[in-house]
Design a binder for this molecule. Structure first.
Ligand code: GN1
Ligand code: MG
Length: 375
């Protein structure tokens, strides 16, 4: 059924600028992601066939240089396509003047890409899916190992600089612009107590102990598209933050997002912990693609990466809460606070499970290396 009204007309006009053929028959708001506004737009072409596309309005509060993002995306998608033209991948359409974006002059920045018929998961109890997600992110990183990192803009500077994120957070705690700090003394205390542990990866990067690679930087499992029937991982999406970064951050972000026993914003904290079965399956998938490339220091710090990213997200959500909820899209007042508490609980559980998590990494890496040697 066709939606009516001005949104409809705006989407239709933008699609026209991207030279989409046929008549728009409808659209659907895709409720995925906390940043950009995403739509699926459906078209019927002159020959009667139907085709859908993904149209996105970029959040320019978060991405202050969207042109740089689209420059990166052009290079990365082309590289991925050339690496394996048989695989499904994102393809962004161009306007008449050969731009892969349209800026409407009223602050709206649009882009349009192919719609891939698929299924996405926030998590799964099926080890095959968890392993598939690990493989997809591991493969993504391995594939980009020969990509020229210097050709990429840093789309959000210091994106995973956990140390700096914590410093910024404490500046905002001092300022307390919305008089919310008194509600979160417990959380502030925990962040203060753990800031050195959470800053360890940043320190190691600065000391040259961990290698800088081209990484995805937003490895939520719902950024992997799976085949609807076979549940085989098809491709990795959301390339806005592909930048030089740490492998252990990609691993850690995926673990904190996919291997929890609860949703990212669960309010009942008793339900929140790390599911070690999911963690093992994801780790097996990720390491199967990266084992021979990862350094000893990287393998040693993967479990710390998961703790660090849960802490980083907790700090980011809490920072947004005390700063007036400007960054992440929220569905209700206090949503960022719930997310922050949930991620903190997850970080605490991961901290208590560090030894088990490290052991799984090392066992998996040893098995993967042995397998590679036997080949
Ligand atoms: C944002 O919009 P989405 O879900 O792809 C955020 C990530 C966070 C995530 C938490 C650019 O990603 O860093 O991990 O929310 N993206 C940006 O759900 O800040
Ligand atoms: Mg994203």
């Amino acid at each position: 059924m066709k939606n009516t009204g001005t949104a409809d007309q705006t989407l239709e006009k933008v699609c026209e600028l991207f030279r989409i053929e046929g008549e728009m028959t409808g659209y659907q708001v895709i409720c995925m992601g906390n940043i950009n506004q995403t739509y699926r737009v459906d078209f019927r072409r002159a020959d009667g066939t139907e085709k859908s596309y993904i149209l996105q309005k970029i959040n320019t509060y978060v991405f202050q240089n969207p042109r740089q993002i689209m420059h990166n995306i052009d290079l990365v998608t082309e590289f991925i396509h050339d690496a394996d033209p048989t695989k499904k991948c994102l393809h962004f359409h161009h306007t008449e003047n050969r731009k892969n974006f349209y800026f409407d002059g009223e602050g709206n920045f649009w882009r349009l890409c192919n719609y891939i018929e698929s299924k996405a998961f926030d998590t799964s109890d099926d080890p095959k899916i968890m392993r598939g997600a690990g493989e997809a992110f591991g493969r993504f990183q391995t594939m980009l190992s020969t990509f020229d990192a210097s050709s990429l803009y840093e789309t959000i500077p210091d994106f995973h600089n956990t140390k700096k994120r914590i410093e910024t957070f404490f500046t905002h705690v001092e300022e307390d612009p919305f008089d919310r700090v008194h509600e979160v003394y417990y959380e502030i205390g925990y962040i203060a107590a753990m800031r050195h542990v959470a800053s360890q990866l940043t320190d190691m990067l600065e000391e040259g102990l961990l290698p800088l690679r081209v990484t995805h930087n937003d490895t939520k499992i719902n950024n992997v598209l799976f085949d609807k029937n076979t549940h085989e991982a098809l491709c990795v999406i959301d390339l806005d933050t592909v930048m030089p970064g740490l492998s252990v951050h990609d691993f850690g972000d995926a673990v904190r997002a996919a291997c929890s026993t609860a949703a990212e914003d669960e309010r009942d904290l008793h339900k929140v912990s790390l599911d070690l079965d999911k963690y093992r399956a994801f780790t097996e998938g990720f390491i199967s693609q990266t084992a021979t490339a990862l350094t000893k220091e990287e393998l040693d710090t993967m479990a710390l990466g998961a703790f660090t990213l849960a802490m980083e997200l907790s700090v980011r959500f809490l920072d947004d809460y005390i700063s007036g909820d400007k960054y992440f899209k929220t569905r209700y007042p206090g949503h960022n606070l719930d997310r922050a508490r949930c991620q903190m609980k997850l970080a605490q559980d991961m901290f208590s499970k560090q030894n088990q998590m490290k052991k799984i990494v090392h066992q998996t890496a040893a098995a993967a290396k042995k397998k590679a040697e036997c080949k």
